[in-house]
Unconditional design. Structure first.
Length: 373
């Protein structure tokens, strides 16, 4: 009997990409979500080249009967792509633990990812692995840092930035997630101490070099900000910024952040759908080039100053695949029984940067690194 993998939100922006990758395996792959017609439509599309047995399943993960309905499916693994995760409880991972299923999500919400360890005892007792944040952050970002960690005696600062191309696909859930903290304070480790920063403020221009060139950035709240200072013994700063390629849209977000900071508008998140529609009016402008950068500053093994900058470039609109790679790699490792770890954890220390290379190459995504002494 083949292993059953359920993708919650399997016909969505990220769910589709994960499903397409896993469909090449000899498994039972269930495309799940509230809209049965969309699930069935995507199943039909996948059938053209899939090795997996495909099923569509109508399910509401917020329904009171979700846990029992999931248990009846007897899944081997559940991949939760149904964001935004801001404000979500742990009902889904708890239901997976109860069903004896491994759990992976693509959460970027700081609290959701960082507190997943509260389920560690339950997950261990059930013999399953529960992983939150199997996405660009902290899945890929931590894999990059740990790859280069042996080159450093100590680390002063870690600065991370992501700049999607304006023509790249975006989902309402992603926009809603960003809007929840736009103009709101969150804690960052800066100047050697914890202090507040405000979402989508401290705007600046940054040169990513290569095909991405110069982009605008602003503060983003992600799990890395909470996880990395202690894990990597950072002495001075951990920062994370992202931006919109078109200055009009970027500075519009900065203005919205200021309005929220001044408490004129309490929360922009309810307008996510409208802002998604508005942003799509500008989709023909800008480029389809995305970039990610991780810069590590500290001292090398000879105690000399050293800055290592790693950059990832995604041409031809392939950027939206990057957030799915961590989940795909982890899912395939679980399917091949090559992960011994059990319990509940953020997606840090579970993946090697080299495990991403095949996926980068498949989509023409490439990396560059630079070391300055």
């Amino acid at each position: 009997m083949s292993k059953k993998v359920i993708i919650l939100g399997g016909y969505g922006n990220f769910g589709q990409r994960i499903a397409k990758s896993l469909a090449s395996h000899d498994i039972t792959l269930v495309i799940a979500g509230r809209n049965l017609a969309k699930a069935e439509h995507y199943v039909e599309l996948l059938k053209q080249s899939a090795k997996a047995t495909l099923e569509a399943w109508q399910i509401d993960l917020h329904a009171s009967a979700f846990s029992q309905q999931l248990k009846a499916q007897k899944p081997f693994m559940v991949i939760h792509t149904g964001g935004p995760y801001q404000g979500q409880s742990y009902a889904v991972p708890k239901a997976c633990i109860d069903a004896g299923a491994h759990y992976i999500d693509l959460a970027d919400d700081r609290q959701f990812v960082c507190n997943i360890g509260s389920l560690d005892k339950l997950a261990r007792e059930s013999g399953v692995l529960v992983v939150s944040g199997a996405s660009s952050v902290p899945g890929l970002s931590s894999a990059v840092i740990e790859h280069f960690l042996p080159l450093f005696e100590n680390i002063d600062s870690i600065d991370i930035a992501i700049a999607p191309g304006n023509k790249a696909q975006r989902g309402t859930a992603t926009i809603e997630a960003i809007l929840t903290y736009t103009g709101h304070p969150f804690s960052v480790f800066r100047q050697g101490r914890w202090q507040p920063a405000y979402g989508w403020m401290d705007a600046k221009s940054h040169d990513f070099g290569g095909i991405a060139k110069r982009r605008l950035l602003a503060n983003v709240d992600v799990p890395d900000l909470a996880l990395f200072p202690d894990r990597y013994g950072v002495s001075e700063r951990v920062s994370f910024q992202a931006g919109l390629e078109l200055p009009l849209l970027h500075w519009g977000m900065v203005a919205m952040a200021a309005i929220a900071k001044w408490k004129i508008v309490k929360n922009w998140a309810p307008l996510a759908k409208q802002l998604d529609v508005l942003s799509n009016c500008f989709v023909k402008f800008g480029s389809d080039i995305g970039a990610m950068e991780v810069s590590i500053k500290g001292r090398d093994l000879s105690a000399q100053p050293q800055t290592l900058t790693w950059r990832l470039y995604a041409p031809n609109g392939q950027g939206p695949y990057i957030p799915t790679f961590s989940a795909i790699i982890l899912a395939k490792k679980l399917l091949s029984d090559s992960v011994a770890h059990r319990g509940a954890t953020a997606c840090v220390g579970l993946l090697q940067l080299s495990e991403f290379y095949t996926h980068f190459n498949a989509f023409g995504i490439y990396q560059k690194e630079q070391v300055l002494k």
